[in-house]
Ligand binder design. Structure first.
Ligand SMILES: Nc1ncnc2c1ncn2[C@@H]1O[C@H](COP(=O)(O)OP(=O)(O)O)[C@@H](O)[C@H]1O
Ligand code: SF4
Ligand SMILES: [Mg+2]
Length: 322
Protein backbone atom coordinates (compact mmCIF):
# COMPACT_ATOMS: atom_id res chain seq x y z
CA UNK A 1 0.00 0.00 0.00
CA UNK A 2 2.43 2.75 1.00
CA UNK A 3 6.17 2.85 1.42
CA UNK A 4 5.65 2.73 5.16
CA UNK A 5 4.17 -0.74 5.26
CA UNK A 6 7.33 -2.85 5.68
CA UNK A 7 8.67 -0.55 8.38
CA UNK A 8 5.36 -0.44 10.24
CA UNK A 9 5.04 -4.22 10.01
CA UNK A 10 8.54 -4.69 11.41
CA UNK A 11 7.70 -2.46 14.36
CA UNK A 12 4.54 -4.37 15.23
CA UNK A 13 4.62 -6.14 18.58
CA UNK A 14 5.60 -9.77 18.49
CA UNK A 15 2.59 -12.02 18.27
CA UNK A 16 0.10 -9.59 16.72
CA UNK A 17 -0.18 -11.88 13.69
CA UNK A 18 -1.66 -14.40 16.12
CA UNK A 19 -4.34 -11.87 16.97
CA UNK A 20 -5.38 -9.72 19.91
CA UNK A 21 -6.40 -11.47 23.12
CA UNK A 22 -8.67 -9.57 25.50
CA UNK A 23 -8.85 -11.25 28.89
CA UNK A 24 -10.86 -10.28 31.95
CA UNK A 25 -11.20 -6.65 30.91
CA UNK A 26 -13.30 -4.70 33.37
CA UNK A 27 -14.02 -0.98 33.10
CA UNK A 28 -15.23 0.93 36.15
CA UNK A 29 -15.62 4.51 37.20
CA UNK A 30 -12.55 5.71 39.12
CA UNK A 31 -14.34 5.34 42.45
CA UNK A 32 -15.26 1.74 41.44
CA UNK A 33 -18.91 2.54 42.20
CA UNK A 34 -20.10 1.55 38.71
CA UNK A 35 -18.95 -1.40 36.64
CA UNK A 36 -19.46 -0.49 32.98
CA UNK A 37 -17.79 -3.47 31.29
CA UNK A 38 -17.24 -6.69 33.20
CA UNK A 39 -14.74 -9.45 32.51
CA UNK A 40 -14.72 -9.04 28.73
CA UNK A 41 -12.98 -11.86 26.84
CA UNK A 42 -12.58 -11.56 23.08
CA UNK A 43 -10.14 -12.98 20.56
CA UNK A 44 -9.59 -10.87 17.46
CA UNK A 45 -8.01 -12.78 14.59
CA UNK A 46 -6.29 -11.55 11.46
CA UNK A 47 -8.50 -11.44 8.39
CA UNK A 48 -11.66 -11.98 10.44
CA UNK A 49 -14.59 -9.77 11.44
CA UNK A 50 -15.72 -10.22 15.05
CA UNK A 51 -19.01 -8.45 15.72
CA UNK A 52 -19.70 -6.86 19.09
CA UNK A 53 -23.46 -6.57 19.40
CA UNK A 54 -25.87 -5.01 21.87
CA UNK A 55 -28.30 -2.17 22.41
CA UNK A 56 -27.20 1.36 23.10
CA UNK A 57 -25.51 1.60 26.50
CA UNK A 58 -24.34 -2.05 26.52
CA UNK A 59 -20.67 -1.07 26.81
CA UNK A 60 -19.61 -1.62 23.19
CA UNK A 61 -17.78 1.68 22.68
CA UNK A 62 -16.11 1.49 26.09
CA UNK A 63 -14.89 -2.01 25.22
CA UNK A 64 -13.29 -0.66 22.03
CA UNK A 65 -11.71 2.26 23.89
CA UNK A 66 -10.38 -0.14 26.53
CA UNK A 67 -8.74 -2.30 23.84
CA UNK A 68 -7.21 0.85 22.33
CA UNK A 69 -6.03 2.06 25.74
CA UNK A 70 -7.95 5.28 25.16
CA UNK A 71 -10.55 5.30 27.93
CA UNK A 72 -11.51 8.73 29.25
CA UNK A 73 -9.63 9.74 32.43
CA UNK A 74 -12.77 9.31 34.56
CA UNK A 75 -12.68 5.55 33.93
CA UNK A 76 -10.33 2.78 34.97
CA UNK A 77 -9.55 -0.58 33.43
CA UNK A 78 -8.25 -3.88 34.79
CA UNK A 79 -7.51 -7.03 32.81
CA UNK A 80 -5.11 -7.93 30.05
CA UNK A 81 -4.77 -7.14 26.39
CA UNK A 82 -2.00 -8.97 24.59
CA UNK A 83 0.16 -8.13 22.84
CA UNK A 84 0.61 -4.54 24.07
CA UNK A 85 -0.85 -2.32 21.34
CA UNK A 86 0.12 1.07 19.99
CA UNK A 87 -3.07 2.99 19.10
CA UNK A 88 -3.04 4.07 15.47
CA UNK A 89 -0.15 1.78 14.51
CA UNK A 90 -1.22 -1.71 15.62
CA UNK A 91 -4.91 -1.02 16.01
CA UNK A 92 -6.99 1.95 14.86
CA UNK A 93 -10.51 3.21 15.45
CA UNK A 94 -13.19 4.08 12.89
CA UNK A 95 -15.99 6.03 14.50
CA UNK A 96 -19.71 6.26 13.97
CA UNK A 97 -20.25 9.77 12.66
CA UNK A 98 -17.45 10.58 10.24
CA UNK A 99 -18.42 14.19 9.54
CA UNK A 100 -18.53 14.97 13.27
CA UNK A 101 -15.20 13.17 13.79
CA UNK A 102 -13.43 15.38 11.24
CA UNK A 103 -12.20 18.84 12.28
CA UNK A 104 -14.46 21.26 10.36
CA UNK A 105 -11.60 23.79 9.96
CA UNK A 106 -9.29 21.42 8.12
CA UNK A 107 -9.42 20.42 4.48
CA UNK A 108 -9.31 16.65 3.92
CA UNK A 109 -5.87 16.92 2.29
CA UNK A 110 -4.31 18.62 5.31
CA UNK A 111 -5.92 16.19 7.75
CA UNK A 112 -5.01 13.02 5.85
CA UNK A 113 -1.50 14.20 4.98
CA UNK A 114 -0.94 14.92 8.66
CA UNK A 115 -2.13 11.42 9.59
CA UNK A 116 0.24 9.77 7.09
CA UNK A 117 3.15 12.00 8.13
CA UNK A 118 2.61 11.24 11.83
CA UNK A 119 1.64 7.58 11.75
CA UNK A 120 3.67 6.59 8.69
CA UNK A 121 6.76 8.63 9.71
CA UNK A 122 6.80 10.23 6.25
CA UNK A 123 7.94 13.66 5.04
CA UNK A 124 4.99 15.83 4.02
CA UNK A 125 5.33 15.39 0.25
CA UNK A 126 5.44 11.57 0.55
CA UNK A 127 2.60 11.69 3.09
CA UNK A 128 0.47 13.65 0.62
CA UNK A 129 1.15 11.10 -2.13
CA UNK A 130 0.30 8.26 0.25
CA UNK A 131 -2.94 10.03 1.29
CA UNK A 132 -4.00 10.43 -2.35
CA UNK A 133 -3.18 6.79 -3.12
CA UNK A 134 -5.22 5.69 -0.10
CA UNK A 135 -8.28 7.67 -1.24
CA UNK A 136 -8.02 5.97 -4.63
CA UNK A 137 -7.79 2.55 -3.00
CA UNK A 138 -10.88 3.33 -0.96
CA UNK A 139 -12.91 3.91 -4.11
CA UNK A 140 -12.90 7.73 -4.32
CA UNK A 141 -12.48 9.02 -7.84
CA UNK A 142 -12.23 12.83 -7.88
CA UNK A 143 -9.25 12.86 -5.55
CA UNK A 144 -8.27 16.50 -6.18
CA UNK A 145 -11.74 17.62 -5.16
CA UNK A 146 -11.83 15.39 -2.06
CA UNK A 147 -8.38 16.55 -0.91
CA UNK A 148 -9.46 20.20 -1.27
CA UNK A 149 -12.83 19.72 0.46
CA UNK A 150 -13.84 20.71 3.97
CA UNK A 151 -15.70 17.98 5.90
CA UNK A 152 -19.12 19.62 5.41
CA UNK A 153 -18.62 19.43 1.65
CA UNK A 154 -18.37 15.62 1.72
CA UNK A 155 -21.23 13.13 1.57
CA UNK A 156 -21.47 10.75 4.55
CA UNK A 157 -20.01 7.90 2.50
CA UNK A 158 -17.08 10.03 1.29
CA UNK A 159 -16.40 11.23 4.84
CA UNK A 160 -16.40 7.66 6.16
CA UNK A 161 -13.94 6.63 3.42
CA UNK A 162 -11.70 9.51 4.50
CA UNK A 163 -11.92 8.34 8.12
CA UNK A 164 -11.12 4.75 7.13
CA UNK A 165 -8.16 6.09 5.13
CA UNK A 166 -6.98 8.03 8.19
CA UNK A 167 -7.32 4.90 10.35
CA UNK A 168 -5.22 2.93 7.85
CA UNK A 169 -2.45 5.57 7.74
CA UNK A 170 -0.34 3.74 10.33
CA UNK A 171 -0.81 0.35 8.55
CA UNK A 172 -2.61 -1.17 11.56
CA UNK A 173 -3.15 -4.94 11.72
CA UNK A 174 -6.56 -4.46 13.35
CA UNK A 175 -9.43 -1.99 13.02
CA UNK A 176 -12.05 -1.30 15.66
CA UNK A 177 -15.05 -0.04 13.71
CA UNK A 178 -17.60 1.53 16.10
CA UNK A 179 -20.97 1.53 14.32
CA UNK A 180 -19.22 2.70 11.12
CA UNK A 181 -22.40 2.74 9.02
CA UNK A 182 -25.06 3.89 11.49
CA UNK A 183 -25.00 7.50 10.31
CA UNK A 184 -25.21 6.54 6.62
CA UNK A 185 -28.09 5.85 4.22
CA UNK A 186 -28.81 2.23 3.35
CA UNK A 187 -27.00 2.17 -0.01
CA UNK A 188 -23.90 3.83 1.39
CA UNK A 189 -23.99 1.50 4.40
CA UNK A 190 -23.73 -1.48 2.06
CA UNK A 191 -20.81 0.11 0.18
CA UNK A 192 -18.84 0.88 3.35
CA UNK A 193 -19.48 -2.61 4.77
CA UNK A 194 -18.30 -4.17 1.54
CA UNK A 195 -15.19 -1.96 1.65
CA UNK A 196 -14.42 -3.07 5.22
CA UNK A 197 -15.02 -6.72 4.31
CA UNK A 198 -12.63 -6.32 1.37
CA UNK A 199 -9.91 -4.95 3.67
CA UNK A 200 -10.23 -8.02 5.89
CA UNK A 201 -10.39 -10.49 3.02
CA UNK A 202 -7.71 -9.01 0.76
CA UNK A 203 -5.27 -7.51 3.24
CA UNK A 204 -5.73 -9.74 6.25
CA UNK A 205 -6.96 -6.94 8.52
CA UNK A 206 -8.69 -8.17 11.64
CA UNK A 207 -11.73 -6.20 12.76
CA UNK A 208 -13.95 -5.67 15.75
CA UNK A 209 -17.18 -4.48 14.16
CA UNK A 210 -19.47 -2.81 16.67
CA UNK A 211 -23.08 -2.79 15.62
CA UNK A 212 -26.61 -3.09 16.93
CA UNK A 213 -27.73 -4.52 13.58
CA UNK A 214 -27.84 -8.32 13.49
CA UNK A 215 -28.44 -8.18 9.73
CA UNK A 216 -24.97 -6.63 9.39
CA UNK A 217 -23.54 -9.37 11.62
CA UNK A 218 -25.12 -12.09 9.48
CA UNK A 219 -23.62 -10.59 6.32
CA UNK A 220 -20.13 -9.87 7.56
CA UNK A 221 -19.00 -11.52 10.77
CA UNK A 222 -17.27 -14.84 11.40
CA UNK A 223 -17.70 -14.54 15.16
CA UNK A 224 -19.90 -12.51 17.45
CA UNK A 225 -20.12 -11.45 21.07
CA UNK A 226 -23.43 -10.23 22.50
CA UNK A 227 -23.04 -7.66 25.26
CA UNK A 228 -25.69 -6.38 27.67
CA UNK A 229 -25.10 -4.15 30.68
CA UNK A 230 -21.35 -4.59 30.15
CA UNK A 231 -21.59 -8.40 30.45
CA UNK A 232 -21.13 -11.02 27.75
CA UNK A 233 -24.46 -12.76 27.25
CA UNK A 234 -23.60 -15.11 24.40
CA UNK A 235 -20.74 -15.56 21.95
CA UNK A 236 -19.57 -17.90 19.25
CA UNK A 237 -19.44 -18.36 15.48
CA UNK A 238 -22.08 -16.11 13.89
CA UNK A 239 -23.33 -18.97 11.71
CA UNK A 240 -24.17 -20.95 14.86
CA UNK A 241 -25.39 -18.22 17.22
CA UNK A 242 -27.67 -16.37 14.78
CA UNK A 243 -29.70 -19.36 13.57
CA UNK A 244 -29.73 -21.06 17.01
CA UNK A 245 -29.44 -18.43 19.76
CA UNK A 246 -29.89 -19.83 23.27
CA UNK A 247 -29.67 -16.67 25.39
CA UNK A 248 -32.99 -14.84 25.97
CA UNK A 249 -31.30 -11.51 25.16
CA UNK A 250 -29.88 -12.71 21.82
CA UNK A 251 -33.28 -14.17 21.00
CA UNK A 252 -35.00 -10.90 21.93
CA UNK A 253 -32.58 -8.92 19.75
CA UNK A 254 -33.41 -11.19 16.82
CA UNK A 255 -37.15 -10.84 17.40
CA UNK A 256 -36.72 -7.05 17.42
CA UNK A 257 -35.27 -7.10 13.89
CA UNK A 258 -37.54 -6.26 10.97
CA UNK A 259 -38.03 -9.38 8.83
CA UNK A 260 -38.95 -8.57 5.24
CA UNK A 261 -39.89 -12.19 4.58
CA UNK A 262 -42.47 -12.27 7.37
CA UNK A 263 -45.80 -10.52 7.87
CA UNK A 264 -45.17 -10.42 11.65
CA UNK A 265 -44.01 -7.00 12.89
CA UNK A 266 -40.73 -6.79 14.81
CA UNK A 267 -41.14 -7.19 18.60
CA UNK A 268 -39.20 -4.47 20.44
CA UNK A 269 -37.57 -5.55 23.71
CA UNK A 270 -39.73 -4.25 26.56
CA UNK A 271 -38.18 -1.80 29.00
CA UNK A 272 -35.10 0.38 28.78
CA UNK A 273 -31.55 -0.94 28.49
CA UNK A 274 -30.31 -1.21 32.07
CA UNK A 275 -27.64 1.08 33.31
CA UNK A 276 -24.92 -1.04 34.90
CA UNK A 277 -24.50 -0.77 38.65
CA UNK A 278 -23.35 -3.01 41.46
CA UNK A 279 -25.76 -5.80 40.47
CA UNK A 280 -25.60 -9.27 41.91
CA UNK A 281 -27.59 -11.31 39.39
CA UNK A 282 -28.07 -11.23 35.64
CA UNK A 283 -27.96 -7.74 34.09
CA UNK A 284 -30.87 -8.61 31.79
CA UNK A 285 -33.16 -9.85 34.60
CA UNK A 286 -35.37 -6.70 34.82
CA UNK A 287 -36.38 -7.15 31.15
CA UNK A 288 -36.27 -10.91 30.75
CA UNK A 289 -39.47 -12.93 30.32
CA UNK A 290 -37.64 -16.07 31.51
CA UNK A 291 -36.32 -14.55 34.73
CA UNK A 292 -36.75 -16.55 37.94
CA UNK A 293 -35.55 -16.11 41.55
CA UNK A 294 -32.07 -17.45 40.76
CA UNK A 295 -31.57 -14.76 38.11
CA UNK A 296 -31.52 -11.90 40.61
CA UNK A 297 -29.66 -13.91 43.26
CA UNK A 298 -26.66 -15.22 41.33
CA UNK A 299 -24.68 -14.01 38.33
CA UNK A 300 -24.88 -16.60 35.52
CA UNK A 301 -21.39 -17.62 34.40
CA UNK A 302 -20.42 -18.31 30.80
CA UNK A 303 -20.73 -21.98 29.91
CA UNK A 304 -20.52 -23.89 26.63
CA UNK A 305 -23.56 -24.22 24.42
CA UNK A 306 -24.79 -27.77 23.98
CA UNK A 307 -23.68 -27.80 20.33
CA UNK A 308 -20.16 -26.74 21.38
CA UNK A 309 -20.36 -23.63 19.15
CA UNK A 310 -19.76 -20.88 21.68
CA UNK A 311 -20.82 -19.97 25.21
CA UNK A 312 -23.72 -18.28 26.97
CA UNK A 313 -24.40 -16.87 30.44
CA UNK A 314 -27.95 -17.67 31.50
CA UNK A 315 -29.64 -19.77 34.17
CA UNK A 316 -32.60 -20.64 31.94
CA UNK A 317 -31.42 -20.82 28.32
CA UNK A 318 -33.80 -21.53 25.50
CA UNK A 319 -33.50 -23.31 22.19
CA UNK A 320 -32.04 -26.52 20.81
CA UNK A 321 -28.39 -25.70 21.42
CA UNK A 322 -28.85 -24.92 25.13
N1 LIG B 1 -17.05 8.58 30.92
C1 LIG B 1 -18.05 7.87 31.44
N2 LIG B 1 -18.36 7.93 32.76
C2 LIG B 1 -19.36 7.20 33.28
N3 LIG B 1 -20.15 6.38 32.56
C3 LIG B 1 -19.91 6.28 31.24
C4 LIG B 1 -18.85 7.01 30.61
N4 LIG B 1 -18.86 6.70 29.28
C5 LIG B 1 -19.88 5.83 29.11
N5 LIG B 1 -20.51 5.58 30.28
C6 LIG B 1 -21.65 4.66 30.49
O1 LIG B 1 -21.20 3.35 30.20
C7 LIG B 1 -22.23 2.59 29.60
C8 LIG B 1 -21.72 1.99 28.30
O2 LIG B 1 -21.45 3.03 27.38
P1 LIG B 1 -21.01 2.75 25.89
O3 LIG B 1 -19.84 1.84 25.86
O4 LIG B 1 -20.85 4.07 25.23
O5 LIG B 1 -22.28 1.97 25.29
P2 LIG B 1 -22.59 1.56 23.79
O6 LIG B 1 -21.42 1.91 22.94
O7 LIG B 1 -22.87 0.09 23.84
O8 LIG B 1 -23.82 2.33 23.41
C9 LIG B 1 -23.40 3.54 29.41
O9 LIG B 1 -24.30 3.32 30.48
C10 LIG B 1 -22.78 4.91 29.51
O10 LIG B 1 -23.70 5.84 30.03
S1 SF4 C 1 -30.11 -15.52 33.64
FE1 SF4 C 1 -32.28 -15.30 34.01
S2 SF4 C 1 -32.68 -13.10 33.68
FE2 SF4 C 1 -30.71 -13.54 32.78
S3 SF4 C 1 -31.18 -13.95 30.65
FE3 SF4 C 1 -31.14 -15.93 31.70
S4 SF4 C 1 -33.26 -16.31 32.28
FE4 SF4 C 1 -33.10 -14.15 31.77
MG1 LIG D 1 -21.34 3.22 21.32
Amino acid sequence: MTRTEPAAAMLRPTGISEGIRVRGVTVTTRNHATVLVENLEIDLRSGEIHALVGESGSGKSLSALAILGLLPPALEMTGQITPALRPGRDVALVMQDPVAALDPRWRVGRFLTGQFARLGDLPLSAARTAARAMLGRLGLTDIDRVMAAYPHQLSGGMAQRVMIGAALAGSPAFLLADEPTTALDVTTQAQILSLLQGLCRDQGLGMLLITHDLGVVAETAARMTVLYGGQVMERGPANAVLPRPVHPYTRALLRAMPDLASAAPPAPIAGQPGRPSGRIGCAFAPRCAQAGPLCTAARPQLRPRGDGAGDFACHHPEGDAA
